[in-house]
Design a protein around this ligand. Structure first.
Ligand code: SAM
Length: 250
């Protein structure tokens, strides 16, 4: 069991008392911002989010280049990582999310790109996937929104084949204290105001810095994954540590 700085059971949006309420709030918030999600994502990250997903796919290359890998991108949202994974493998991958309007955006992009990855609606904590059936599972900027991080880690591990790999790309707290202070100022004051104005949902963009603050810092998440039975758990920081990519093998 993890305790200490950065430890939290799961996301706790303001007003949510239970895990069900937290999940419902998160789903509703993404439904509200879905049509403007991509635009805001690229604007507020100055397009660096594209580099973060490309790097994730590059790190997974040895696993993606196996013949017919079984790959699932959970919390796929509008499908940017799903699309990169299909292009990298040359075969359809699976994408899932529990927010229908985000999946609708993803489906449109997949069709327009003449790609074939199938999408399905599912909670990342209760995937309709058999035990030990995937080679790779990815989650980009979704894990932090889980109402229970430990359940999320266990679900990732459950669906992977032995030797399969989980990739968790997520915002984190930059390790350098000076940069952390600057970044926290940006995310609490500028990002939440600009995001709120453009998306029309001030809740969504004030939730973002709060949810990052409550999410286990990268070394702690790695420890939690190891304690849950994952092996070869490693992480790398990107962009001065505002994002971390964890890779872990079942
Ligand atoms: C910040 S978006 C990230 C979308 C996409 N992966 C990307 O890289 O842009 C987070 C997504 O996670 C989804 N999500 C959050 N909690 C979830 C859960 N428990 N089960 C399934 N999807 C979830 C949300 O609906 C949303 O689409």
């Amino acid at each position: 069991m993890i305790s200490g700085k950065g430890a939290s059971k799961g996301t706790t949006p303001v007003g949510a008392q239970t895990e069900e309420q937290a999940a419902k709030w998160v789903r509703g918030m993404f439904a509200e911002v879905a049509p403007r999600y991509d635009f805001l994502n690229h604007l507020l990250s100055a397009n660096i989010d594209k580099h973060w997903r490309n790097r994730t796919v590059a790190r997974l290359k040895p696993h993606l280049s196996k013949p017919n890998p079984k790959v699932l991108d959970i919390c796929c949202g509008t499908g940017d990582l799903t699309i990169l994974l299909e292009k990298a493998t040359g075969t359809p991958v699976l994408g899932s999310d529990f927010c229908h309007p985000m999946l609708t955006e993803a489906a449109g992009k997949i069709t327009r790109g003449q790609l074939r990855s199938p999408l399905f609606e599912a909670d990342g904590l209760k995937l309709p996937i058999k035990d030990a059936s995937l080679d790779v599972i990815t989650v980009a900027f979704g894990f932090r929104n889980f109402a229970n991080y430990q359940s999320g880690i266990e679900e990732l591990r459950r669906v992977l084949k032995p030797g399969g790999v989980a990739a968790v790309l997520e915002f984190t707290q930059p390790p350098n204290p000076a940069f952390r202070a600057v970044y926290n100022f940006y995310s609490r004051h500028l990002l939440s105001v600009i995001g709120g104005l453009i998306s029309g949902s001030s809740d969504a963009y004030s939730y973002l810095p709060e949810s990052v603050k409550k999410f286990p810092e990268a070394p702690l998440l790695a420890q939690q994954m190891r304690e849950s039975g994952f092996q070869q758990v490693e992480f790398e920081y990107m962009t001065f540590g505002i994002v971390a990519l964890h890779l872990a093998t079942r």
